[in-house]
Design a protein around this ligand. Structure first.
Ligand SMILES: [Zn+2]
Length: 153
């Protein structure tokens, strides 16, 4: 696998172990040219799924994009990487087993919100505020108070 730092073609696997309840294999790799270390994951992909975005744009389902936005929402929150991986693996499995070759990006956004709601309310609000693209602060306040009330129940 190519080094993401210097683009050298030869990297060595230093360590390989099961992760996420053995649903994936985590490999630590080291570049033989620049010495940089990085991690790759091997996961089961059940089927190819296309994500339909706004304006009818289509792209292949890309787990790393969800990972980035969830990591941003969970920044400095007490949420472990393992918990995030489980959430995203759950969504990926749902998407791949739904039997539909295409899934709207809005549906994926909702699944992420549903998941984050169970994990961390601040991360949930952060993700939802970006995802729903609140144009007015008032909308956001209303939404945040709805969430606070829901948390009390
Ligand atoms: Zn390198």
């Amino acid at each position: 696998m190519r080094c993401p730092f210097c683009a050298h073609d030869d990297t060595q696997v230093k360590d390989s172990r099961p992760a996420e309840d053995s649903t994936s294999i985590r490999r630590r790799r080291q570049c033989s040219s620049c010495g940089a270390r990085f991690t790759t994951f091997e996961r089961v992909q059940l089927r190819e799924v296309t994500v339909v975005k706004s304006g009818d744009r289509r792209e292949a389902f890309d787990r790393s994009k969800i990972e980035q936005s969830v990591a941003l929402a969970c920044r400095k929150r007490n949420v472990t990487q393992e918990r995030i991986d489980q959430l995203i693996s759950g969504i990926q499995r749902q998407v791949e087993t739904a039997g539909e070759p295409e899934v709207p990006s809005a549906r994926i956004g909702e699944m992420v919100m549903e998941g984050l709601k169970q994990i961390d309310s601040v991360a949930y609000i952060r993700f939802a505020s970006v995802y729903r693209d609140f144009s007015e602060a008032k909308d956001f306040e209303e939404f945040a108070s709805t969430v606070a009330e829901a948390a009390k129940e």
